[in-house]
Design a binder for this molecule. Sequence first.
Ligand SMILES: [Mg+2]
Length: 242
Amino acid sequence: MKLPEMIIFDYGDTLMREKNVDVQSAAQALYSHIRLNPDALDEEEVCSAFVELYLKAQSAVKGSGTDVHVADVARLAFAGTGIELDIGYDECELLVWNSAVKGEILPGAGAVLKLLNEKGIRSAVISNISFSGESMRRRLNEYLPENRFEFIIASCDYVFKKPELLLFEAALKKSGLSAESVWFCGDSFNADVKGASAAGIYPVWYNSGNRKPPDDAEKYNYCEIRSFAELEKILRGDGENA
Ligand SMILES: [Mg+2]
């Protein structure tokens, strides 16, 4: 089959897995950056103020197709407590992310990115996430230094979440490519396969968990892989299932 000129990847549970979020560690890290704390809140209280507001914000947007930005939550949480940090909110959100959870690269993700580089296939990311694209770029550069992602569309920077068509259309515009020249690889059938498909982008469903496809899956033209090794095979031209 004809290879794409670009593959756009999902982030969570496709490129990286992030488990065991440790909010307490994030609170500790933030606490060390407080320069003004008029009510003398302790670490626990700072943590609660942040977490409670984050949960309230998530609950407010649930089902709306939009996303919350962690930096905005911090801005409001600290304004409400009078706390001021010695770092900016962009720095603050990256600190929260890096302190709260370690990333685990999905097996073979680095090898696929290297192969894309070798073949001159361009790459990018669209992710449903509460951290900015800039924070994600810094994180990805640390974990997957071989990446040459041309752009990262993080839902919290772009109002909406996948499968919103506008995100995929924005990605196509950024790439300068037509939809037929682009593939999208992600683990969520609803957000990734259906979203990409609506934009005319060929979806590659990364189904490492061997999950059952949804009942309406046959309406979609997509390729299913269980591992990045399978995607490598396809890109090397010896795959049978695409
Ligand atoms: Mg995902």
